[in-house]
Design a protein around this ligand. Structure first.
Ligand SMILES: *Cc1c(COP(=O)(O)O)cnc(C)c1O
Length: 228
């Protein structure tokens, strides 16, 4: 077994144990491999271990990898900050966008997804623990945003995405409560199924609180090197 395979097996085992401790079944939690800064040949190797969901933060880097790996059956997730002038590429190239936090962004994605046979899956990013200088809408804005975004064409609003401050594990419980309360605001509640939260360092707490998708980088690929 190569080291990427070992790392992935360790993370999947970790998820399984966390689910067992939380009296959940492991199939309820998907593993999104966060591959920012890692070159496409490393993603290809990770793909060969069975990984299909990959998350990227930086648009140009992601577009280069999507191009280089177009022979693979990868489900691409954008998890970075969504800039208004970058929505066209997101709408055309990705299966999921996790960082939607304003109606205008969702409207642009909806318009620019027109003609694609598959709706674009999106999560609403919420600043769940009132961090300064953090992306995400306020919890009090979520109901109105779910109301309006869930009826836009060409999108499936799947749920919420949060990135709480380190060690603020209570925020995961708050996100779960908000997630459950918002179902009634959704125009198509059968699509409201995703709580994107938990990273390498806080998977246990996120899964205990109800995460359905953990976004894991370091525990799969090792530390990131930003120097080049
Ligand atoms: C980088 C990143 C991750 C992965 O973080 P790790 O600690 O390396 O697992 C998850 N989510 C988002 C939004 C990120 O930017």
């Amino acid at each position: 077994m190569n080291s990427l395979q070992q790392a992935r097996t360790r993370v999947l085992d970790h998820i399984q144990v966390a689910c067992k401790n939380a009296h959940r079944v492991a199939s309820e939690v998907e593993l999104l491999a966060v591959s920012k800064t890692h070159p496409h040949d490393v993603l290809r190797e990770m793909y060969q271990t069975g990984q299909r969901l990959f998350g990227e933060n930086y648009l140009q880097e992601a577009l280069d990898k999507i191009e280089a790996l177009q022979d693979l059956d990868i489900e691409w997730h954008f998890i970075g900050h969504v800039q208004r002038n970058k929505t066209k590429h997101l709408a055309e190239k990705f299966a999921w966008v996790h960082g939607v936090d304003r109606l205008v962004i969702a409207e642009r994605l909806s318009n620019q997804r027109e003609g694609n046979p598959e709706p674009l899956n999106i999560c609403l990013q919420v600043n769940i623990d009132a961090q300064e200088s953090k992306d995400g809408c306020q919890p009090a804005e979520v109901a109105a945003l779910v109301d309006s975004i869930s009826s836009l064409p060409n999108l499936n609003l799947r749920g919420l995405m949060v990135i709480p401050a380190p060690n603020n594990t209570q925020a995961f419980n708050d996100a779960k409560i908000l997630f459950e309360n918002m179902r009634e605001h959704h125009a198509k509640p059968e699509f409201w199924d995703t709580l994107s939260m938990g990273m390498s360092g806080d998977m246990n707490e996120a899964i205990a609180a109800g995460s359905t998708m953990v976004r894991v980088g370091t525990a799969l690929f090792g530390a990131r090197d930003y120097s080049n």
